[in-house]
Design a binder for this molecule. Sequence first.
Ligand code: HSE
Length: 401
Amino acid sequence: MTRDTLNIGLFGFGCVGKGLYDVLEHTQGLKATIKTIVVKHPGKTRALPPERFSYDPKLILEDDSINVVVELIDDADAAFSIVREALTRGKAVVSANKKMIAEHFNELLELQRIHNVPLLYEGAACASIPVIRNLEEYYDNDLLTSLEGIVNGSTNYILSKMHTLGQDYAGALSEAQALGFAESDPALDVNGDDARYKLSLLAAHAFGIFVRPEDIFRYGISSIGQEDIRYAREKGLKIKLLAHAKKAPEGLQLYVIPHFIPAGHKLHGIDEEYNGVLVEGVFSDKQFFSGKGAGAYPTASAVLSDLSALTYQYRYEYKKMGRERAGDTAQAASAYDADPLIRIYCRYPAAPEHNHSALFASVEESYSSQAFNYLSGTIRLGDLHRSGLCEDREVFLSVLN
Ligand code: HSE
């Protein structure tokens, strides 16, 4: 199927779907038309007249004149069915659904290979930042050693508002939802799931190693309190939720966890819904990408770029995974293969059962008062994972650099 002219079938008309519609209206030079828009709920009020919408996926999937499917719905299971069917029918697909792509990564590689069709998903990680295509292409011949960054806009927005305005967590989260940054289920943002889906994809394109999201350690920000923000502020630090990937002699380290970021660090000034990614290569040394990481237009701009890339027959080749193996044997690994020793701050309530020092490999500082107690020191990631501390809503953990 040629793709000089794109005849698009669009699934979903939420924040990003509507954003893409607007962006395409203002784009010249790209020969692209949205032929059919399929949405789920007929009764919903939308920015376009009801006759512009259809409700049956077959109207896109079985329409041979549609050569590109853009999937922008938030139900990852339904999205996978749509994408599988579209690829099987030889249609190119653009998606921004990090959960769906990370959960079905190997199957999606295989579908692309068997049916010889591209699936592009730049909008699935860091929205407006062209990070996937750079990791895939630009660093092809360089030896990347690490990748670290803020990859979730909602949590960064919440943390920024708490830090700069002293806003409370719930209020800042509501704003992130109202601004269209958060997932429909914002638990995915605040518990770190969204960041680990993205980390799984970024690591696959950076290092050619696919690690299933459920095998990546993640700890989010949902138990953060003003006392943690105060602690950071008094020390000139900011708390940011970071996704971390590093090649170590023992294997690939992967985790998502809040970090205290000192002033002067590249990520210190990355606030609100902005994302920032630091990569390091053997020859290129350190490089830094930043841009809006959430929101309708920043995400739509990445989708638009993927659509444009389809017109010149671009596709991910997954070269780092080995051409011959792409699709069926992407290397599996667990984030705990390399079990890094991390320095953390652990804030806990004053109660006798909260005696955590035995979990630490070494304790550096222990502070206790009526209202605020913390321990800092080193701990193995695997020990932290098994400790139960991550599930304790009265505890907050953050990495000290
Ligand atoms: N909920 C996501 C975020 C949207 O806040 O980063 C962009 O992927």
